[in-house]
Design a protein. Structure first.
Length: 201
């Protein structure tokens, strides 16, 4: 929600509807803000919402946990390859396979190749990126509105940084969103992962 919703808002506000990057990202952001806003209401709108009812966090503490996550947010960890490297999970260890890594890496590379081909089609030179004033404002806005900014992940506006940012957005809005919504939800009642409440009565 931190990344996808912010990207959607910045895309819509800073890029014209016919801008090449907005055209590329629009199918992946369609109704994202609506879905996220409704989900927040369902999960944390009041003490009787899903999270305070099911888990050991009341609403106030759940919001504190989310606030801490926002305060420590690092967009680089949304890059699945960088995430695995930082956590030392980019290679199998002790003969243990990690199918999630293989599957998500495969999807990441498909998206990355598509994004790179698209960007190279519309921005054939370094100068073509520099001349796009909408793109410049979009990049500044992402750095301003995404918690902790994007400069550590993509220091300057280049074709390479565009590839990384757009790949991260599309991957997050599609693959990761699907995994969280359909796979991770099956583990909600694994107490050692997400402690839950059992009413006394």
């Amino acid at each position: 929600m931190i990344v996808a919703g912010t990207f959607c808002a910045v895309n819509n506000h800073y890029l014209d509807e016919r801008h090449p990057l907005r055209v590329l990202m629009f199918p992946h952001q369609h109704q994202t803000i609506l879905i996220n806003n409704n989900t927040i209401k369902l999960l944390l709108n009041r003490e009787t919402s899903f999270v305070p009812t099911m888990f050991s966090y009341n609403r106030e503490n759940a919001l504190k946990v989310l606030g801490t996550a926002v305060d420590n947010f690092d967009i680089g960890l949304m890059d699945i390859e960088e995430n695995f490297k930082r956590r030392g999970l980019d290679k199998d260890r002790d003969g243990l396979a990690y199918p999630y890594r293989e599957n998500t890496n495969r999807m990441w590379h498909i998206i990355e190749e598509h994004v790179e081909n698209y960007i190279n089609l519309y921005y054939r030179t370094k100068q073509s990126v520099e001349k796009d004033k909408q793109l410049e404002e979009w990049f500044k806005a992402l750095n301003r509105y995404i918690p902790q900014g994007i400069k550590q992940y993509t220091p300057t506006l280049t074709r390479e940084s565009l590839r990384k940012l757009v790949t991260t957005f599309i991957y997050t809005a599609s693959v990761e969103h699907e995994l969280v919504g359909t796979v991770a939800i099956r583990y909600l009642l694994w107490q050692h992962l997400l402690p839950y409440q059992v009413p006394l009565d």
